[in-house]
Write a protein that binds this ligand. Sequence first.
Ligand code: AMP
Length: 175
Amino acid sequence: MNLADSIRTIPDYPKPGILFRDITTLLGDARAFRRAVDELVQPFAGRRIAKVAGIEARGFILGGAVAHQLSAAFTPVRKKGKLPAETLRQTYALEYGTDEVEIHKDAITPGEAVLVVDDLIATGGTAEAAIQLLRRAGADIVGAAFVIDLPDLGGAARIEKMGVPVQALVQFPGH
Ligand code: AMP
């Protein structure tokens, strides 16, 4: 089975020129979903991972399954304004303007080994902000794992420059 074949590509969504990599088709196929989770977990099996941090929203689905497999806890990295208790917030640049991600102030116990999970890394801006935020809370970021990498956009290299090993299961050229 080839994981790339289970990912659907939608041209010009949400904007002209973007090839949207849709993982709902992967999640909708039991064997592909299981394979993706198994492959995301594999490099970390047997390591002490205290928490998986999943990035909203597709990172919640994959990250929850990965956390379960690793017997780790889970913490959500959310878009601003969604978390009910006191938060830490990190601003990051988008193509036009800025956005913000948040975690709960008490989400991380300083020194905890944390694995960051999302469905896709493009420019790496979102993952970078998540890592900065988790590090501010005292996390020891042991890796960042994605189903899809768009290497032409340089995100994986950007995250590795932060001293975080990046793992991706499938690479697609272009945007
Ligand atoms: P970036 O911050 O540029 O690395 O973008 C990563 C975030 O945007 C992830 O949460 C992805 O789910 C989403 N994303 C960016 N580009 C795409 C794409 N071509 N297809 C699907 N999702 C994308």
